[in-house]
Every structure is written in structure tokens, then in C-alpha cells.
Design a binder for this molecule. Structure first.
Ligand code: ZN
Length: 362
């Protein structure tokens, strides 16, 4: 196929000429008085409205993020002062868009337009990144294992299309179903790349940024549209040492904005079991969770019958009160055991259903 022949049929790129023209958006001379009259009422109270709106927006932002003492800087992106449809009535509401600038950090989420989302896992200094023969350095290195199973061929084609468009100064038409088996996109963009002196398949020779040594394999490199997704670590990270606990189970509560814990579930348990790290497992599931010391009657095995004896009449003797088994009516059979607090709750619930739980304490 002769790519030169195809180019002639391509539509010419969209022109920015009329947008950059100095007369664009400027009202014509005869429109000016009418426009001034229309906006006069707004201009007078505009300052006040914006000032009020801004203070509300700041409060609203703090309310939404739940971070009253948030130290994040933000920029007022745009302010829309709204009234009625014709713009002649009083102000009804002010829409203020706040923009919070955040540099990409490890853990932030990005995606191409093909559902190829991913987490930034390492930020390399640019001098350590591999470079091409012309000295170009990629912005993103992508693990090729993400392609066979997800079959996002479109991203590879976009990469080649973007590269060829950049090389030839073209705007490609992205209408679907324009290519076929006989006339494939790979062939078309491959020819374009070849015509520009690049590899047909979009690969290039790369050199290690650290050692400068030529990489053994040629690397597929091109231009792909990338976007940032709104899931950022700074909104999601969670830490806890000790903190609030659930009233019923005495286990740590969940939730980031209440300093809750992160669930250590079955699968995590399985992982620790598989590693044989029993002390760590015990620590997570017991010591750091709902460890409690319960009194149990060794004789009858009941967790519920040991009751703290009534305080003596004189308050000075309040200490050293004994536990007494309500069933056996003796206190020398009482022992203490460490059990999860939720187990005691479980025993109490079973008792409510007339089921007795008997512990064999050795
Ligand atoms: Zn007892």
C-alpha cells in the first residue's frame, strides 16, 4: 500500500484559525450598548455575590472532604453566577468549582482510554528511564502482561496511530470499522511509521538509563492519551494504632474518617497461615483486636455464671472482691482465661436461645 496515496484522501486537520482570530468573541459595535445594559445589574452585585459564594464554597469544601483542618491549597477554577434563563433576574445560586492541584505520587491511579487502568508504582528520575536513539524518554513504562488477557488491541493501535500522526503532523480519523482484515490498521499505521523512517511495528531500540547499555529487545513505544483518575492515595491512606472500638464486639471499628482499622479478613488469615507466621496471626486477630480476660468456672465450665460479689458495706474494702459462681455457689473454682471479647458475646447470645456453652478448662 502506498501511504502517500492514502494521505491525499485524509480530511485536513481541524483549524484553530477562527478561535485564535483577535475578533473572535468580541461583540460587534452595535451590540455593545445592549450588552452593557444586560450586564449592568449583575456587575453591581457581582463582587458581593462572589465574596459570599467563595466563603460558602470553602465551608462546603471542608464539609465535603471532612477535613476541616485540611492544609491542601486549592484554586478557584471557575465561578458561575446563575439567575433565571434570560439572565435578567436576581442571583439564584453561585456555582464555584475548586481545583486542588496534586502532583502524581506513588499509589495514584491512571488509565488510558481502553480501560487499561493502573496504579503508579514507582516514580523514576527521568535520567534513569530508558531512552531512544533520538534521546526521547517515555513518560510511562507499561507491563506487557496487561495485554494478552485483556485484549486491548486498541491501545496498541492508538499508540501507533499517535506516533505516526505526530511524525507526519496528521489528524487521524478514529471512526470505527474503517479497517478490515485485508486493509488492517496495523498495515496502514505501520506503513506511515515506515515512511517516517521508523520500525513498521512501532518498536524502537532503547538504551538503559542507568548503564547506557542497549536493551536486548526492541521496545514498543508510541503516543497514547493518558488520563488521571480521581482515586488518589492522599484520599485513601489509613493508619491506626489504637482507637475506637465497637460497643458490642469490642473489635476495632471500620472507616477511614473515624481512624478505624483495616479489615483483616479470611484471605489475609489464609496468607499468614500459609506462611506459618502464627505469632503474627495471633497478634492481628487477638491481641490487636478484641482480646479480653474472662472469668470461667472450672467446675461447671460456664463463662456466664461467675459473678462479681456485691461490694461490702464499707467502701474502703471495695478492692479484692471475689468472683463467685452463681451455679456452684463457690469462688475457689473460678479461673481466668483470655478469650476474644466477641466470643463472650456469642456465648451470651446462645444462652439467650437456651443453649449452654461449657468450657473444658485444663
Ligand atoms: Zn460453676
Amino acid at each position: 500500500m502506498d501511504p502517500a496515496g492514502r494521505w491525499q484522501n485524509l480530511p485536513s486537520g481541524p483549524s484553530l484559525k477562527h478561535l485564535t482570530d483577535p475578533s473572535y468573541g468580541v461583540p460587534r459595535e452595535q451590540q455593545k450598548p445592549a450588552l452593557q445594559e444586560l450586564t449592568r445589574a449583575h456587575v453591581e452585585s457581582f463582587d458581593y455575590a462572589v465574596r459570599e459564594g467563595l466563603s460558602h464554597a470553602v465551608q462546603g469544601y471542608q464539609l465535603c472532604t471532612g477535613e476541616e483542618m485540611s492544609k491542601e491549597n486549592c484554586i478557584v477554577d471557575n465561578i458561575k453566577v446563575c439567575s433565571n434563563d434570560t439572565g435578567s433576574g436576581k442571583f439564584k445560586c453561585i456555582c464555584i468549582t475548586m481545583r486542588v492541584p496534586r502532583n502524581p505520587t506513588i499509589g495514584d491511579k491512571f488509565a488510558s482510554r481502553h480501560g487499561q487502568k493502573g496504579i503508579l508504582s514507582r516514580l523514576w528520575p527521568v535520567e534513569d528511564m530508558p531512552f531512544t536513539e533520538s534521546g526521547m524518554v517515555p513518560d510511562i513504562l507499561f507491563n506487557p502482561h496487561g495485554f494478552p488477557s485483556r485484549m486491548t488491541i486498541g491501545m496498541l493501535i492508538e499508540s501507533m496511530a499517535g506516533k505516526s500522526a505526530a511524525l507526519h503532523g496528521l489528524c487521524h480519523d478514529a471512526t470505527p470499522f474503517t479497517f478490515s482484515e485485508e486493509n488492517s490498521a496495523l498495515e496502514y499505521f505501520g506503513e506511515l511509521l515506515k515512511a517516517a523512517g521508523y520500525n513498521f511495528y512501532g518498536t524502537e531500540r532503547l538504551y538503559s538509563g542507568i548503564s547506557g547499555i542497549e536493551l536486548e529487545a526492541d521496545i514498543f513505544i508510541g503516543v497514547v492519551y493518558y488520563q488521571r483518575l480521581r482515586h488518589m492515595v492522599s484520599d485513601k491512606f489509613q493508619v491506626r494504632t489504637t482507637g475506637a472500638r465497637d460497643k458490642v464486639t469490642n473489635q476495632p471499628i471500620g472507616g477511614r474518617n473515624v481512624q478505624g482499622g483495616i479489615r483483616f479478613g479470611e484471605m489475609e488469615r489464609d496468607a499468614l497461615l500459609a506462611h506459618g507466621t502464627s505469632f503474627l496471626l495471633h497478634d492481628r486477630l487477638f491481641n490487636c483486636s478484641d482480646r479480653s480476660v474472662a472469668h470461667v468456672c472450672v467446675k461447671c465450665g460456664s463463662l456466664l455464671s461467675p459473678l462479681l460479689e456485691k461490694p461490702p458495706p464499707s467502701w474502703s474494702a471495695t478492692r479484692n472482691r471475689k468472683y463467685n459462681c452463681a451455679l456452684c455457689d463457690r469462688s475457689d473454682t473460678i479461673d481466668t482465661v483470655s478469650v476474644p471479647y466477641v466470643f463472650r458475646y456469642f456465648v451470651a447470645e446462645l444462652a439467650a436461645m437456651n443453649i449452654k456453652v461449657k468450657l473444658d478448662v485444663i
